[in-house]
Design a binder for this molecule. Structure first.
Ligand SMILES: [Zn+2]
Length: 107
């Protein structure tokens, strides 16, 4: 039997498929719990099942390429051009190509 969760909670358990790259061993650090701080900012706790590291991460929206079809009046993000943003995003990598993604999907 699961513990009831209040309807207005902003903390939730996430499925094991959501993960970050462990900063120590490079394996999957699964996000186990996260808390919505604002509409665009979330704190998350992640656990690496390979090396045992456990830490807190911050995830935030900082720009938009396409506006939402259901916009939230409290959310205002700068609009960016996708192609230009992607070029700048990878400009400081060694070969101008994507590196291992910070966020890992559950493959
Ligand atoms: Zn690790």
């Amino acid at each position: 039997m699961s513990t009831p969760v209040p309807a207005n909670t902003t903390t939730r358990q996430l499925p094991l498929g959501v993960a970050l790259t462990c900063p120590h061993c490079g394996s999957r650090a699964h996000i186990r719990t996260s808390k919505l701080v604002t509409e665009i900012y979330r704190d998350a706790w992640a656990l690496c099942t390979c090396c045992g590291f456990k830490g807190r991460a911050h995830v935030a929206w900082d720009a938009e390429v396409n506006p939402s079809l259901m916009p939230n009046a409290r959310v205002s993000l700068p609009r960016i051009e996708y192609r230009e943003a992607i070029e700048q995003f990878f400009a400081d990598t060694q070969d101008g190509k994507p590196q291992q993604d910070l966020f890992l999907s559950s493959g």
